[in-house]
Every structure is written in structure tokens, then in C-alpha cells.
Ligand binder design. Sequence first.
Ligand SMILES: Nc1ncnc2c1ncn2[C@@H]1O[C@H](COP(=O)(O)OP(=O)(O)OP(=O)(O)O)[C@@H](O)[C@H]1O
Length: 884
Amino acid sequence: MENIRLSSEEALRRRRQQQQQPQLAPPTKRPLADTTNHPVKRMNNGQKMLDIAPDWGGNEITPSPSLTGGIPAASTQMPPPTSTPAGYRDTANPLSLSNPMWGLKREVVLGLGACGIATMYPWQLACLSLPGLLAGEKNLVYTAPTSAGKSLVADVLMIRKLVIERKKAIVVVPYIAIVQEKTKFLKKVLEKVKVQSEPRGEWDKTRHWRGLNIVGFHSGTRSRLGWEEIDVAVCTIEKANALVNASIESRTIDTLGIIVFDELHMLSDPHRGHILELLATKILCLTDEHIQIVGMSATLSNTAVVAKWLQAECYECTYRPIPLQEHLVYDNSIYNAKMQLTAHIPPSELKELKDPVTNAVVALVYACVKEGNGVLVFCESRKRCEDLALLLMKFMPRPNAETREKRSEFISDLTATSAGLDIVLEKTAPSGVAFHHAGLTTEEKDLIAGAYDQGLLKVICCTATMAAGVNLPARRVIISPRMGRDFITPAMLRQMKGRAGRKGKDTVGENFVVCRREDLEAVRAIMDADMPSANSCLTGESEGLRRALLEGIATKLATSADSLDDFLRCTLLFHTTPTPIATLRPLINTAITSLTTSNLITVHPSTSYFSATPPGLATVAAGLGPDEGLFLHEELSRALKAFNLESDLHIIYHFTPIHSTSTSSITIDWKLLRDDLDTLSESNLRAAAFVGVNPAFVNRMAQGGTLKEDTPANIEKARVYRRFYVALMLRQLINERPVHVVAKSYDIARGFVQGLSTTCKGFATTSVTFCKVMGWSGLAVLLEHYSGRLDLGVRDDLMELARIPFVKSWTARVFHENGLKSITAVANAEVGELVRVLGLARWGRGGSEDEGVKKRLEERAEVILKCAKRLWDQECVGDVDEYY
Ligand SMILES: Nc1ncnc2c1ncn2[C@@H]1O[C@H](COP(=O)(O)OP(=O)(O)OP(=O)(O)O)[C@@H](O)[C@H]1O
């Protein structure tokens, strides 16, 4: 088939024929470089010996430079010149973004230029030159290594749809951090682009020029803008699915011109892959709308199969702008990619470096940092991240006075976060070492990422989540092949390796997989393994097939047996199942029976047509799967009959996101729950009883009972108790207890607790939507009224203040206590007064009063004043939304 597996050379040949352009080098895989040019001593047997003294001395050691001469130090090649924006309309060079063939406006070219992108890489040109792509007629699936520049290809296609065809775009990415990063990037690139608005109706036919509306959607967001006003929606998978459902329902899906799937290999994710597949399936079913599908990945092997499913052109590229040097380390020996021994790391006499893995990691980190470069160390667990950071700090080069000062400012910033200063970071940050894992709050992660980006931090010990999350490249990446007890997957290894080499700063990236001898065979198998195929997750453990059928029926894309078949023909499942009709028929029948029995769909007796019931419609509108929808229906039905407004606990329970109540998210400490129940007031105990929490049962569990989740009734019961347990945490947050205090009292990660405070806002909207579709308008109004308070995580008296950036929880309370009780009061205050109050908020939490901190407080006070004034003028509500 023509559209499958077009090689880059073939694409280039076609392009040349079409446009008679100058010859372009085809993308080639660069050979892996080895480390043989590192300054190392030769041993008698010809091998090289890293020149590190066996014993590095006492605890607070700074190894002298001579001691590290042999460890592969980061090479000191000059960075490539940074690109400058090209002059507009470069007709001679097809690689130039200003070449008219790309149809990019001057503002777009300058916007990309401001992000360092002036010309395309040859592979990007070749890919975009595939037939029908620029015209928006063909779909595209492509793969390229990490950091190869995949986004630009999709961005060019998307911008053309936005500006030339005046259509909307949805960009689907897997994680919140990437939603934020991508939204920021697109806003920057498209900042100056103006498009003409549609006439507002018969009474106003004027077309105005306006900027593009680019909005990020994830579980913690609520946009001020409706689908009609949005140009680009950057979404997590779940949000994109809900958005598409809503626009099919409102019959506005024809305004969508393109959908971009970043990280397409997420199709195989056991928890979320089925939603991605379902989303793409629905787009494929909308054949009349001509929505262009663009999917990309760095780790996909069956690209052709996926391309065939998505009716797409296929392009595979192996080019990487920053070449990678790959190494395997075990037993203090370093091997290159061809498994040739290239160097030895001398063992240490130090007790804490006795373990060869730890010794190798410390030596490799030190050698790189000594040269002024950054290192990421991927660790097997959160605990290992923290322990390793504490160890590494002892071996870091001493910072100069300026760096010391900047690091102390960074520590002050950490102190001022809602979580307060972490005791491990307090010790490690002065040495330029930090850790990064899901246990940290978003603020902490942002500060750490920012400090590393600026070169203030040199080492981050992180878990695998960072490999797929924010874009934080390093000169050197050191990888533990395990995640918990299991080995990492080949795809995960590739993502981690891909973090090595910073564009514009390095000419090469290095990665070292450091393992134990006993793991060697398994590790080599992972390193040599082919990338995994993208497989359908509609069947198997997930509720995928039931969800697919429910959504197909609720959106009316499939309402009869025939149209259901057509719908299923558009799934990856159908394309990857050998005899699909015969194999899938029984599964479909079972799923339909289950949906009918649970009253999510009905079959009309006379016509045999399927339709969704109100709970089915509400489940789809709220963006939930069948099981979650049924659970929420049950919970809200109970609330409808009896709502306890004596205290806030019942309402908070209903804002507690149900996905935070899965077994994998939370384990109840029954003794803690019993203690909490003991302290509840009569009215709160009544609220507990309303949701189905029985103190006597909790007492039994605290004395050693077990709640087996073996029947539907027990599964639901366990869910109620978990939700109630989480609701108690949320209640503390709303009552202004700091995140770290709540996390500590429940012995749970700060990241989970903070995630709770952000996702509950989104979940409140989910519940309100559910109620509205069910026709429970009274309950919807009630939930909507109370959800305002969740937005800000503060008591009623601070709600107004907390709309100002940086004036949250504790800071808002201090402002209030010092007479700054409203936006008006803040807007009319002097900067000096705000600095004083900010100082009270900060130093009251144990920070230091030095000049650097004062300067930062002044900067912050100015931002607060500016925003308060703008809020006062009712102009900047939108900007504030963007921050939080
Ligand atoms: N043509 C280009 N010229 C200069 N810089 C580019 C070009 N294309 C991409 N880049 C830059 O290269 C870096 C990596 O690009 P991008 O994020 O698109 O990579 P990717 O292939 O999506 O990687 P990953 O799989 O890690 O997400 C970015 O900083 C991007 O701005």
C-alpha cells in the first residue's frame, strides 16, 4: 500500500521531482561514538584505568581534580551557533520556514525564530513533503528519536489549519506537565498572530482582528473560554476525549481541523491507552468532517500498522540532532555500545561507596559536574532518589560565592512554598544536588526544574516519571535499569536515554546504564530489545470495550448493530485482531449485555436500536468510564435524597475525585481513620453516616479486620471508605492546613495531597455536569456554589485575596491579618507595605532575612501589586487562570 512505510529517501525523491529543489542529505543514523578519547590511563592489558584514588577520605570530601582525571568527563566541545530568525520570504531555500511553500505568516516565522527554530531539519522537510499533508488532506503517523524535533512537523500542519483554513486544533499529550509546557510554547510562537473573528450575527456583521486562543486542559483546569472561542486546546488524553464528546454532542465538531497525538505509543498504556484509541476511533468515524490526524512517537515499532489504522502517511526517521554516546557499567567497568571495555572505575575504600553501583554513579556524576555540566540520575525508587542525593552532595565541587548566594535564594524560594522546605533538599541544594519525584508538590518540582535549567543545580536524582515529563535535558544521564523491583521497559529506557544532550548547548549527549553483574543478562536484553508494538487495550483488564461502545452509542456515532460494526472497524483492536469479526463478536455481545444490565444503555424492542440512558449520557458527558459513572450515579443519587448541610464534610466528600480512591492510589490506615472519626463533631458524624461510613466497622478494621474486595458490593463499600478517608485530607487542606502537614499526618506523599487540591476543582465540574445531564438541577446548583471555594483552597474570608497570584493560603492569611483584606486594599497599597507583609509571611516560616531574599520579595510585591490593580480593573482574570 502506497501510504505505508515511505522511506525518507523516497519522500525526498518525490519532493525533488515536484519542486526541483536542491539535493538534501537523507536522514542517516549516526554511528554510536565511544569513549576511547577520554583521558584515561592504560593498564598493562591495554585496558584503561580511571584515575580515581581508591579512598576518597572522610565524609565531607571534595576529591581533588587529579583524582578524577580518568572518569569520562563531559567533552568540552563548543556549542553549535544558535539560530537567528530568518528574513521573511526566503524563496530559495525549502528548509527555511519563511519559504512561501510552508504558508507560514511572518509572525509565525518570527515566533518560531524566537524559540531558536529558523530552518527545518532535512527530515522534517522530507516528512512534511509527503503527498497531501500540507493540503491537510492526508493523515500522518511518524516516528523519530527523542529530541529529533518531532513537534515542529505537527506544529506546521496545525498552524496551517489554524491560520489558512481557520479551523480549530486539539493537541493530545499524556501528562499535565507537558500540557503546560506545550501551551506555553504555542502561546509564545503564536503570540503575534492575528486572525479575523466570525461575525457575531445578523445584528453585527463586523469582523474583528483577534489573537489566537490557546488553552491548556487537564484535570485541574476550568477554562473561562468555551469550545466556540478556543483555537487550540492542549489537552491530556482524558480531557481531549471529553472535549471531542462535547463537540460531537453540540454538533460543532466540524470546526475541528486537526488533532495531534503526541506520544502515540501511549495506546498501549494499560490504564489510559483505551481512551486514546477510543478518541482516535471517534475521529476516524467522523468521515464527513475531514479532521486531519497527526500522530508521533519516539518508541513505536509497528508504525506501519498504526498508520494503516489511522489511514495515514507513514514516516520513520532515525536522525538525532545531538548524537548519543551509550555506555553500560557494571562491576566498576565501563563498556561502550559495542560492549568493548573502555575504562575502569577504581573501587573505593569508603564504606558508603563499597557497593560498585553506588561507586560508579558517584564517580560518573562527579566527573561530569566538575566540568560544569548537568547530570540526571534515574533511580529505582523515591527513597533511592533522596538517599543518593544525600550521598552525592558530599562529593560535589565547592561552589563559588556567587553560586552559594544563588543557591541560598533558591532554598528561600523552597521555604516559601506551601510545602515548606523539605529536609533533604535543605541539605543537598547548597551542593547543587536535588531530587525530583511524584512525592513533591508542583511548586517544588517547578522550582527544581527552573534551578536546574539555569545551571544552579547540577544534579537531579529522579524517578522514571521525569523521563516522560518535562523537557529537562542533561549532558550526562545515568540510569538504573530498575523501577521498584521490576526492570524498566525498553521504551522507558529509550525515553531516559533521550534526555541526554542539550540542544544548543551540547554537541553530544552521554548515557550510562549502571547495573549489577547479576542483572547483566536482563539489562542487555532490554538494551537490545526492539521497541514495543502499539497494541489495543480495548479488551483485557480495562473497561475499554464497554466504554468504547457506551461512547459510540451516547454520541450517536453507532446506534444499530451495523453501525456498531462500522464503529468497531475504526478501532486499532479490529486492525490487530486476526479474524476480527469472529473473535470480537462474543466480546461485543458481553459488553452490550453488561451496559444494558447496568442501565447505561437500552435496546429499543421494536427497532433494536441502541440509545444511552440518562446515567449513560451523564457518564459520557462527565468524561467517566462505565464503572466510575455507575459509582458516581450511586453516590449522587444518595445525596439527592438526603444532603447534610450542617457541616462542610458531606459537600467535600462529593468533591473528592473518585479516581483518587482506586486501590493503587490510596491505602486506608484504619487506625488513623478511627482516630479521625473520634474527633469529628456530631454533625460531621452524621455526614459520615449519610455517605455510608460506619464507625463500628472502622473500629473493627482498625483492630485487624480485612475488607476483601471480592464482590461488587464490597468493591463499592471499599471505594466509599477510601473516598471518605481522602475527603478528610481534602477538608484539612480547605481549612488551610499546609500540604506538608496534611501529608505528614496521613503519612502520604506531598504530591498526592497537593494533586488532590488541584484535581478536586476539575472533579467538581465533573459532578456538576453529571447532575445537569441527569436533570438534578438543584444538586448541580448546590455543588456549583460550593465549588468556588475549592478553586482557591482557602476559607471564605480569603477567597477574594487568593485570586491574586502569590497570595495563597498562609500568605493570604497574613495579608488578611495585616489589614490587606481585599483586592482593592492590595491594589491601593505601597510596594514597601507589601514587602513588609510578604516578609512576615516568609520569615514567620523560618526563612533568612538577607539582601537576595529582600530583592526577590520586592519583585514579587511588584507583581502582586500589578495583578491586584489589573484584577481591580476587571481585566486580568484570564491571566490569573493561566498561572493556576
Ligand atoms: N528545525 C529545528 N531547528 C532548530 N531547533 C529545532 C528544530 N526542530 C526542533 N528543534 C528543537 O529541538 C528540541 C527538541 O524538539 P522536540 O521537542 O520537537 O523533540 P521531540 O522529537 O518531540 O522529542 P521528545 O520525543 O523528547 O519529545 C526543541 O528545543 C526544539 O525547539
